[in-house]
Design a protein around this ligand. Structure first.
Ligand SMILES: NC(=O)C1=CN([C@@H]2O[C@H](COP(=O)(O)OP(=O)(O)OC[C@H]3O[C@@H](n4cnc5c(N)ncnc54)[C@H](OP(=O)(O)O)[C@@H]3O)[C@@H](O)[C@H]2O)C=CC1
Ligand SMILES: O=C(O)CCC(=O)C(=O)O
Length: 418
């Protein structure tokens, strides 16, 4: 298999989308390049007194539609190339959802599980001090992603507000409620995935109770999505995280597994229930299920394993879990992939609601947040579906076409092409 390059993956789909739309390279060249990239070193005094220096990144891929917007991940594999791709996917995602945002993303190369809470706090605050010149309420607004959570967002808002000397809750989203967070944000990405699956099944004349699902990743996106899909009647037969996976042909007790993970550091390690068997993480991806819900990391379904995948639908809760090669293979086979830039948009949509509430200083009920989210997700699904039918293209390409059309129109009006 060729070395996986997520930014190349993004560009391939973007170029194909442009070609289908009849765009010239001049029309969208600007969107092929990240606008601004910052790479920083973050010195941290560890609890034993020694100094470690971590590498951090923040990429603003595009501000054509407004402030850059997207999460921050803490992961040993985070690097410039990954962050660049993740930022570009945010540009596409935010455009599909009609948000007044461009796309951005950040990351620190670190295994946060090896840090104490205080070390993690010092690292987060150090990162904020380094990226403070380029983030801001109306310039670039971070949020949670892999291994980052509301507590980390609280440190970010505190450090930034202290630096600027003014309380600035809108500089970051995904905050705890007590410091300006929004009801519903924590569950929003998984909820959005559930809405997307529901919309798709409706088009196919099916109900949620008709499908079995295997779930890769049991963090924020995987666990909440699995729980909500289970509550809607889906049968979740397998779940797994980095430590291992379990299978139960009668259906996992998702309420119990969710509760367990939440009280055991978001981990399934040690979880047991009657009727379950332990399976290999790789095996989970190849189970004979209706839906494979991918909610971990990039590049999970690729040239090496695509031919062994038996699921009838891939639901991308994660960003970039399927490579171009696998995308085209599944399209040929008539197996749909509900793409990340559509499916997992619920998180950033609700981040937008959080940001609006921060700007207004007026807070909404959870019902209001979730109703708006449902409408937004349904509209995005219908627009992508219509593009797919009109051009007879695969869902990811249709999603990129929806986004690109808007981005090109806005960039021409603004004169972004120089
Ligand atoms: N949080 C959000 O709002 C959004 C997140 N996303 C995307 O969703 C994906 C998941 O993010 P999120 O849920 O926030 O992250 P979390 O850190 O909360 O969860 C990630 C989960 O994936 C598991 N995991 C990591 N690597 C593997 C692997 N190789 N095999 C099996 N499981 C694995 C982790 O296990 P363990 O904890 O044991 O390491 C954990 O359960 C990412 O691609 C992210 O970019 C997309 C939109 C919004
Ligand atoms: O909530 C946000 O702003 C961004 C979430 C995110 O990082 C993503 O959608 O990948």
């Amino acid at each position: 298999m060729a070395k996986y390059n997520p930014y190349e993956n993004m560009l391939n789909t973007l170029d194909e989308a442009a070609q289908k739309l009849g765009l010239t390279r001049n029309d969208y060249e600007v969107i092929r390049h990240p606008e601004r990239e910052l790479s920083v070193s973050i010195p941290v005094q560890m609890d034993d007194g020694h100094i470690e220096v971590f590498n951090g990144y923040r990429t603003q891929h595009s501000t054509i539609m407004g402030a850059a917007k997207g999460g921050i991940r803490f992961h040993p594999d985070a690097d410039e190339n990954e962050v660049r791709a993740l930022a570009a996917w945010m540009t596409i995602k935010n455009s599909i959802a009609h948000l007044p945002y461009g796309g951005g993303k950040g990351g620190i190369k670190v295994d946060p599980k090896k840090l104490s809470k205080r070390e993690l706090e010092r690292l987060t605050r150090g990162f904020v001090r380094k990226i403070a010149p380029i983030i801001g309420v109306d310039t670039d607004v971070p949020a949670p992603d892999v291994n980052t959570n509301p507590q980390i967002m609280a440190w970010i808002v505190d450090e930034f507000s202290t630096l600027k000397g003014v309380w600035s809750p809108g500089v970051v989203t995904g905050k705890p409620l007590e410091v300006g967070g929004s009801l519903g944000r924590n569950e929003a990405t998984g909820r959005g995935c559930m809405f997307t699956l529901k919309s798709y099944l409706e088009k196919k004349g099916k109900k949620m109770s008709d499908v079995t699902i295997a779930v890769q990743g049991f963090g924020n996106v995987g666990s909440v999505g699995a729980l909500l899909m289970h509550r809607e009647g889906c049968k979740i037969v397998a779940i797994g995280d980095v430590h291992g996976s379990i299978y139960n042909e009668n259906g996992i007790d998702v309420e119990k597994a969710y509760e367990y993970a939440n009280t055991h550091g978001r981990s399934l390690e040690g979880y047991e229930e009657p009727g379950m068997t332990v399976i290999d993480n790789k095996e989970l991806l190849l189970l004979d299920v209706d839906v494979l819900y991918l909610a971990a990391l990039e590049n999970q379904i690729n040239g090496d394993n695509m031919k062994d995948v038996k699921a009838k639908l891939l639901l991308e809760g994660a960003n970039g879990p399927t490579t171009n090669e696998a995308d085209l293979y599944f399209y040929d086979k008539g197996i749909d992939i509900l793409p990340d830039v559509l499916t997992n948009g619920g998180g950033v949509v609700t981040s937008y609601y959080e940001w609006v509430q921060n700007k207004e200083g007026l807070y909404w009920t959870e019902e209001e947040v979730n109703d708006r989210l449902e409408k937004n997700m349904k509209r995005s699904f219908e627009e992508v579906w219509a593009m797919q039918q009109e051009y007879k293209v695969y869902p990811r390409l249709a999603a990129y076409m929806v986004a690109l059309k808007r981005l090109v129109a806005a960039s021409k009006l603004r004169g972004f092409n120089g």
